[in-house]
Write a protein that binds this ligand. Structure first.
Ligand SMILES: *Cc1c(COP(=O)(O)O)cnc(C)c1O
Length: 430
């Protein structure tokens, strides 16, 4: 048995002071019926908990750590910036540099504004779409997560989905009623919604590769269909690339799929591990924002020099190292290892991967939306999770979360990952 006694002790104390002991619910490990470990230190592909256990990490602080943990380029950049002052609340040159880089990497983004989280990015993109179009309704898809924005906290649940009822207490039904929830990958549902109410729909928002319900891909032509129908009805197309942006490719899913959204929400990787989000898109839409336009948005710490420096350093390093190409190679080797483990035990579990993002589903067969994911064997997943963790590999503690590979994952890590995967599968299936 792995000793996690110090973590368990800290968790008891945390629960007395912090609701559920955590500052973000998934960290509580409830979906794997356990308690979280507390981290002492993280570097490269590894994390060490307070009890001294070492783990190879495939969560990567939920996406941002694309170079691995605490890369020296980021640590140096933050340190250098801090010496000049940790926050100004007045324009600083780093803000122009990161804006230029985002616009260069993501051509649909002509202008961009920096915020402090992915949630702020989607929240404001929605407000901007409503202000720009003069319409109130938005379409989102079941199983797509866009942060904890009131009007987007609809449809991670089941029966109430189609009624536009909120998932969370505290979200007025009137807000939720402005959000139409549709199944992902079903063009007919979108067509019907626009036929019935097209003149009131401000925008469609989606994760172009939904990655908060496992990892799901659009069917051939689906994203183009969404682009065409929004254009036809004068609604905006918003890609939430908070997770996929700067991760699956330099320019995100929109680069891989060749689709140009009107607005894009960004976060995670662009912050280099610091609290950063951003949204951007067509200049005529972005100029609807205050102080030039009527849509208000602000932030005391937005464009913070430490956060901007961290993001810039991380993205420059990715570029210099041809990071996205190398991640594809590392991803392939990981996929081959996992598939080998599955073959050995004669299980044909569905494995999805794009570049450095992956998900092993505990079911066989095709997966096209969250309803498919709900058919997974969650009990087997839980056993797999703990089996792999006890063997020194930390995969995301929920079947609904994707995994992340970093440039710091080595061939040696891959070998250990295969061993731990096999141990996890043994725990799951005997
Ligand atoms: C993580 C995530 C968010 C929310 O970002 P936070 O920084 O946690 O607020 C929004 N959309 C997607 C697709 C995400 O993966």
């Amino acid at each position: 048995m792995i000793d996690r006694s110090l973590s368990n002790k800290l968790f008891r104390r945390a629960k007395e002071l912090i609701p559920g002991g955590v500052n973000s619910p998934v960290r509580a490990f409830r979906s794997v019926d356990g308690e979280p470990f507390f981290v002492r230190r993280a570097r490269g592909s590894k994390i060490w908990d307070v009890d001294g256990n070492e783990m190879i990490d495939y969560v990567g602080t939920w996406g941002p750590a694309i170079l691995g943990h605490a890369p020296s380029c980021v640590v140096d950049a933050v340190t250098r910036a801090a010496k000049e002052g940790v926050s100004f609340g007045i324009p600083n040159p780093h803000e122009i540099e990161i804006a230029q880089m985002i616009c260069d990497f993501v051509p649909s983004v002509e202008k961009v504004r920096m915020v402090n989280s992915g949630t702020e990015a989607t929240m404001t993109a929605i407000r901007l779409a409503r202000g720009f179009t003069g319409r109130d309704k938005i379409i989102k898809f079941e199983g797509c997560y866009h942060g904890h924005v009131d009007s987007l906290l609809v449809a991670a649940g089941s029966g109430a989905l189609t009624l536009g009822q909120p998932d969370s207490a505290g979200v007025p039904a009137e807000f939720a009623a402005l959000t139409t929830i549709l199944p992902y990958n079903q063009p007919e549902a979108v067509e019907k919604a626009f036929e019935e109410d097209g003149e009131n729909i401000a925008a469609i928002i989606l994760e172009p590769y939904p990655a908060n319900a496992g990892l799901v891909f659009p069917k051939e032509g689906y994203l183009q269909f969404l682009r065409d129908i929004t254009e036809k009805y004068g609604a905006l197309l918003i890609f939430d690339e908070v997770m996929t942006g700067f991760r699956v490719a330099r320019g995100g899913v929109q680069e891989l799929e060749g689709i140009t959204p009107d607005l894009t929400a960004m976060g995670k990787v662009i912050g280099g591990g610091l609290p950063v989000g951003a949204f951007g898109g067509r200049a005529d839409i972005m100029d609807y924002l205050a102080p030039v336009g009527p849509v208000y948005q602000a932030g005391t710490l937005s464009g913070n020099p430490l956060a901007m420096s961290a993001g810039l350093a991380q993205l420059r390093e990715m570029e210099a190292q041809k990071g996205w190409e190398r991640l594809e190679t590392i991803g392939q080797s990981m996929e081959a290892g996992v598939r080998e483990c599955l073959n050995k035990i004669g299980k044909n579990l569905t494995f999805h991967r794009v570049g450095s993002m992956f998900c092993l589903f505990f079911m066989e067969g095709e997966i096209w939306n969250v309803d498919d994911v709900k058919r997974c064997d969650f009990d087997a997943f839980t056993k797999f999770f703990w089996g792999a963790l006890d063997a020194g590999v930390y995969f995301a503690p929920s079947q609904y979360e994707a995994g992340f590979i970093s440039l710091a994952h080595t061939a040696d890590d891959m070998e250990k990952t295969v061993t731990a995967t096999a141990a996890g599968l043994k725990a799951a299936f005997g």
